[in-house]
Design a protein around this ligand. Structure first.
Ligand code: NDP
Length: 260
């Protein structure tokens, strides 16, 4: 089932922006929104990207202010405004300890996993406030729950900043009818996730990361996540079913209970 209600067009008439929708979790969110009747604009940094059929695509690097401006202009020109914003583009390369992370990768992690949302929200929020409705979903990571021994502390710290920002923005926008929430995925099988975990496994072994915190640990529900598991949560938060829900972070991780 790819719609919240089998066969329903729950998002008909809604205009949605999903960053990083060319593969993985973002592509699942785009597909589910399209299936549920939304008009969807999505983005990626690579020109060779193939977003799901039916979505409008704009190429832009969300790490830059210019990229955010390109996306905001496309939202204005191609959608005529936006009702749902899903900040999904994100990721980082694992390293053997925080001091092994080059300065430019700390900056890159902040730009991609935190400031991209801040910059884009600042361009899109005024229109949403004016219309008096809308939903914003920030994709964080369950890795924020266990920064201990993390082989990508730059990523975890950037996502932690994103969660804090998301909650603050929710309070700011609640009086205007705009809801802001976060979703924190656990281990999900995606092209980006798999590439990260391959390197993570090597690095974590050298760092002596406890196996229960490592890339190979299993979840209580006995399998890794699928992109649609995360998209289901995103669509719920973006829908009218979550109309009394703002400033929250939904952890979708197969029941992976953090240590400590
Ligand atoms: P993927 O790497 O599989 O896909 C990432 C998407 O974002 C692609 O469409 C990619 O396209 C786009 N993207 C990457 N960098 C940029 C950029 N600079 N500007 C614009 N678009 C960009 O990632 P996942 O689906 O695995 O992850 C999606 C989100 O979920 C991320 O925020 C990630 O941190 C989070 N997450 C994922 C987990 C997992 O296990 N998979 C676990 C926890 C959180 P392109 O390369 O062409 O730019």
């Amino acid at each position: 089932m790819t719609t919240l209600e089998n066969g329903s067009l729950e998002f008909k008439g809604k205009r949605a922006l999903v960053t990083g929708g060319s593969r993985g979790i973002g592509a699942a969110v785009v597909r589910q929104l399209l299936d549920a009747g939304a008009e969807v604009l999505t983005t990626a940094s690579s020109t060779a990207s193939t977003p799901p059929e039916g979505a409008t695509f704009v190429q832009a690097d969300v790490r830059t202010k210019a990229g955010a401006e390109t996306i905001a202009a496309a939202v204005r020109e191609q959608l005529g405004g936006v009702d749902i914003v899903v900040h999904n583009a994100g990721g980082a390369r694992p390293h053997e300890g925080s001091s092994a992370i080059p300065d430019e990768e700390w900056q890159d992690a902040l730009d991609l996993n935190y400031l991209a949302s801040v910059r884009l929200d600042s361009l899109l929020v005024p229109g949403m406030r004016e219309r008096g409705e809308g939903a914003i979903v920030h994709i964080s990571s369950a890795a924020v729950l266990t920064p201990e021994f993390s082989p990508f502390l730059h990523y975890v710290a950037a996502k932690a900043a994103l969660e804090s920002y998301s909650r603050g923005l929710a309070a700011e926008l609640a009086p205007f009818g705009v809801r802001v929430n976060a979703v924190s995925p656990g281990r999900v099988t995606t092209p980006g996730g798999e590439a990260t975990r391959e390197r993570w496994a090597e690095v974590a072994a050298r760092m002596g990361v406890p196996p229960e915190l490592g890339a190979g640990a299993t979840t209580p529900l006995g399998r890794d996540g699928r992109p649609d598991d995360i998209a289901n949560a995103v669509l719920f938060l973006a829908s009218g079913r979550a109309s009394w829900l703002t400033g929250r972070n939904l952890i979708v991780d197969g029941g992976e209970f953090p240590m400590g």
